[in-house]
Write a protein that binds this ligand. Structure first.
Ligand SMILES: *[C@@H]1O[C@H](CO)[C@@H](O)[C@H](O)[C@H]1NC(C)=O
Ligand SMILES: *[C@@H]1O[C@H](CO)[C@@H](O)[C@H](O)[C@H]1NC(C)=O
Ligand SMILES: *[C@@H]1O[C@H](CO)[C@@H](O)[C@H](O)[C@H]1NC(C)=O
Ligand SMILES: *[C@@H]1O[C@H](CO)[C@@H](O)[C@H](O)[C@H]1NC(C)=O
Ligand SMILES: *[C@@H]1O[C@H](CO)[C@@H](O)[C@H](O)[C@H]1NC(C)=O
Ligand SMILES: *[C@@H]1O[C@H](CO)[C@@H](O)[C@H](O)[C@H]1NC(C)=O
Ligand SMILES: *[C@@H]1O[C@H](CO)[C@@H](O)[C@H](O)[C@H]1NC(C)=O
Length: 518
């Protein structure tokens, strides 16, 4: 299709004054890395998500701004970066700590939509004021599955028939407390919402956000999903060791995984103990089975949704290491922790799979959804003193990129040259107390700033003042430089190669200048 025809189509379809706005369905799948069929994972079995992808934009290089739930979700939902929200842990609410910023669902609510949250969209607790940011963000009362209180209960069956708090936790649903699982409850609530949407919304278009809890730890899912994932079919990552010359500050000792009963009894030494291969294989198997379970729920939900009139977004808050670099979980700046799946279905525009290879960030979603639905003029870029502005973006609308890629353009000048993530640490060496995977603000003394370009990742771990929120680029605790052209898994830290000084220094300058110049 010619570009102008496409713009015309977009304009006709999504006209500001068309009375019928499309619905929006935002699916956030907790801790889901792109281990999906559509992203080429041979161990994945995700037919429903793959089917959605077959008529959507599929973003191959989408990155979270921090590989931790609350900071990433608040960043996605406000289109501001962790430094602007001053949130790197779970313990502050941006309206108190940073500014009275308008959220993505709030903007839809204020522009004629009925907004509803089901499951985990905002991270619950302090970081969303114990109300999922109600009443600002949501028209209806946010729904939380009742059985989520059993999240950490001893309900996983050991080989000796004892119950435990395991990481790998296939269960018989009918014998679970409450007779169900949280994501099954969320699916039922979402289905009920869609079945009764006219009554609930009073005829308004809806913005429905559904947050599934799995495959977050513990990997608790109906046991039958293991049938699709025979252990002998699971392939292990090839790089099950720390990258050579990796600084210790970069290492996340995955305490959340180690604290589960089945892993704890392995007595892995702190911080660098090695997970046995047969256990790694089992973790990957269970993660994939939990993902197939969620894929089934996504399929059931999508079967209810009017696909010709609903913009559907499927993404995650960050990735998850499954043995890559000898690590597990998130809590790092590596690709495996920061890269997320992102699938966007636009009715009338995406009839086939359209792969977007350009770099994009989760902060881009808010301005993109504004442009796709035209509920208001496009968002402007936040000024440096952006805390004074309720509505602005620290991302960039993806719509121009989507239109160009759809039209077959390979080189897109509008695309970002780099994307950014960050991760805090209490000190230069991994610690259990404070937990260096999840330091609280008062313990944060180091920030790892990371830039990813098409070819490289460069990360610098520098001094950070948790009172003034000021980084100090003159005090450096570690540097990492990975060349994806020769090392796509980030196994060789080449930062001390003198012959690479020029490119490293260029990246360092770009990193210090930050996202505004990318
Ligand atoms: C924050 O903004 C909302 C609307 O965007 C407004 O209702 C509320 O009063 C504001 N709060 C403060 C403390 O300014
Ligand atoms: C957060 O919740 C408290 C207690 O419900 C409430 O008093 C306060 O106004 C809320 N904060 C904002 C910014 O709305
Ligand atoms: C497991 O691998 C075998 C041999 O490659 C293959 O025939 C079988 O279909 C695989 N099973 C699943 C569930 O993928
Ligand atoms: C782990 O340590 C406990 C207590 O020291 C010991 O009983 C157990 O055998 C050890 N397990 C392994 C796998 O080494
Ligand atoms: C892994 O292998 C060890 C040694 O062969 C064995 O003791 C252990 O039970 C196995 N663990 C799992 C989860 O299969
Ligand atoms: C979407 O499809 C349904 C059923 O096929 C039809 O009734 C409805 O009018 C369509 N809506 C739009 C906006 O095209
Ligand atoms: C951090 O900044 C605060 C406020 O500017 C200052 O008082 C404090 O001394 C700084 N701390 C360190 C360790 O530099």
């Amino acid at each position: 299709m010619k570009p102008f025809l496409l713009s015309l189509l977009l304009t006709l379809l999504l006209q500001p004054c068309t009375p019928l706005k499309p619905n929006v369905l935002l699916l956030i799948i907790d801790d889901l890395r792109p281990s999906l069929g559509t992203y080429g994972d041979p161990n994945a079995r995700t037919p429903n998500i793959d089917n959605l992808a077959s008529k959507s934009f599929v973003f191959n290089n989408a990155y979270a701004q921090q590989a931790l739930c609350a900071p990433s979700r608040n960043s996605l939902l406000t289109s501001r970066r962790p430094d602007s929200l001053r949130l790197y842990d779970f313990y502050s609410y941006w309206r108190d700590a940073a500014g009275n910023f308008t959220t993505l669902p709030q903007h839809f609510k204020e522009n004629g939509y009925y907004t509803q949250s089901i499951g985990k969209i905002f991270h619950p607790g302090i970081s969303s004021n114990f109300t999922d940011d109600s009443p600002y963000s949501w028209s209806g009362k946010p729904f939380h599955p009742k059985t989520e209180i059993y999240k950490d209960a001893k309900v996983c069956i050991n080989p000796d028939a004892q119950f435990a708090r395991n990481l790998n936790c296939p269960v018989v649903v009918s014998s679970q407390p409450g007779g169900t699982l949280p994501d099954l409850e969320s699916l039922a609530a979402a289905t009920e919402f869609i079945d009764n949407k006219d009554k609930i919304t009073g005829g308004k278009p809806y913005f429905l956000a559904v947050g599934f809890h799995k495959p977050h730890v513990p990997l608790k899912f109906p046991v039958e999903y293991l049938d699709h994932h025979p252990l002998e079919n699971v392939s292990l990552p090839k790089n099950r060791w720390r990258p050579s010359l990796m600084p210790a500050v970069a290492w996340n000792p995955y305490l959340d995984v180690k604290s589960r009963d089945d892993i704890s009894k392995l007595n892995l030494s702190f911080p660098f103990g090695t997970m046995p291969d047969n256990v790694t294989r089992k973790i990957i198997q269970n993660y994939n089975a939990a993902t197939t379970y969620i894929d089934d729920l996504v399929g059931s939900l999508l079967a209810k949704v009017e696909q010709n009139n609903t913009v559907i977004i499927l993404t995650s808050d960050h990735g998850w290491s499954r043995g890559e670099h000898g690590e597990f979980s998130k809590f790092s700046n590596f690709d495996v922790a920061t890269r997320v799946p992102l699938i966007i279905h636009v009715p009338g525009l995406t009839h086939t799979e359209i792969i977007v290879d350009q770099l994009i960030e989760l902060v881009d979603l808010f301005p993109s959804l504004v442009d796709l639905t035209q509920i208001s003029p496009g968002l402007t870029t936040c000024a440096r003193d952006g805390h004074n502005s309720k509505l602005c973006t620290e991302g960039r609308s993806l719509v121009p990129l989507m239109v160009k890629v759809k039209n077959g353009h390979k080189q897109v000048s509008a695309a970002k040259k780099a994307v950014f993530s960050q991760y805090p640490r209490p000190g230069p060496f991994p610690t259990q107390s404070p937990d260096s995977d999840r330091p609280e603000l008062k313990d944060i003394n180091i920030m790892g700033y990371s830039i990813r370009t098409e070819r490289y990742r460069y990360t610098e771990w520098i001094k950070f003042n948790h009172t003034s929120f000021m980084p100090d680029w003159t005090t450096v605790y570690g540097k990492e430089f990975y060349d994806h052209l020769i090392d796509p898994q980030e196994n060789m830290n080449l930062v001390s190669r003198p012959e690479l000084n020029y490119v490293i220094n260029t990246l360092r300058k770009q990193l210090i200048l930050g996202w505004r110049y990318a």
